[in-house]
Design a protein around this ligand. Sequence first.
Ligand SMILES: O=P(O)(O)O[C@H]1O[C@H](CO)[C@@H](O)[C@H]1O
Ligand SMILES: O=c1cc[nH]c(=O)[nH]1
Length: 235
Amino acid sequence: MSIHINAEKGQIAETVLLPGDPLRAKHIAETFFENPVQHNSVRGMLGFTGTYKGKRISVQGTGMGIPSCLIYAEELVTEYGCKNLIRVGTCGSYQEDVHVRDIIIGQAASTDSNINKVRFGEKTFAPVADFGLLLAAYQIAQQRGFRTHVGNIMSSDTFYHDDYDQYKIWQQFGVLAVEMEAAGLYTVAAKHGVKALTILTVSDHLITHEVTTAEERQLTFNGMIEVALDAALGS
Ligand SMILES: O=P(O)(O)O[C@H]1O[C@H](CO)[C@@H](O)[C@H]1O
Ligand SMILES: O=c1cc[nH]c(=O)[nH]1
């Protein structure tokens, strides 16, 4: 048992999907896993382990934001020996040609978080995805016909902003969308020498103000989750 996960050693698989929402973790386990077993209930941050197409795999909710996500990422790696961390989340698009319901694969993650200033001081670390996981996810998404974008994403420390126009600097530099965890996840994966990837579904649009309905989001999430699970098969 670790401080925030009450699973026994060996109860969590080496490959873990990481949604922010613990109820999405439950949905993934109930929809896609054979014989899912709940391995965590601490703070209601649900986690499950089961089998997908013959491979043992886990899903663990992380909560929202880098600080919460990194508690789970650190404990999964250091206490449970997890080696492949695949975030499956939602994001807001920064680009006209990146539409709601599209899939984004986070090749790299910019951030307004202070975490890496604390770590690296004046120097800059570039948090990047594992290339093997990224390539597998991209090829699977292409085969399935999903509109898919690969590139830089922005991990923000805030969901609500005093100045919404601040997105324009990221937009201008080609950043695809905003979410709240990937830069931290990629950094911690690098620190421990494990693999990480972030796959997102666009749930809203910062420019056009389009949003997805709850039902649409559910269906689109399933596409993203299948991409993540099938990419995980080769991990
Ligand atoms: O859908 P999830 O995985 O929670 O991801 C996004 O949604 C939350 C904000 O609503 C943040 O965690 C953000 O990163
Ligand atoms: O962090 C997030 C997630 C979804 N949509 C946003 O605008 N921001």
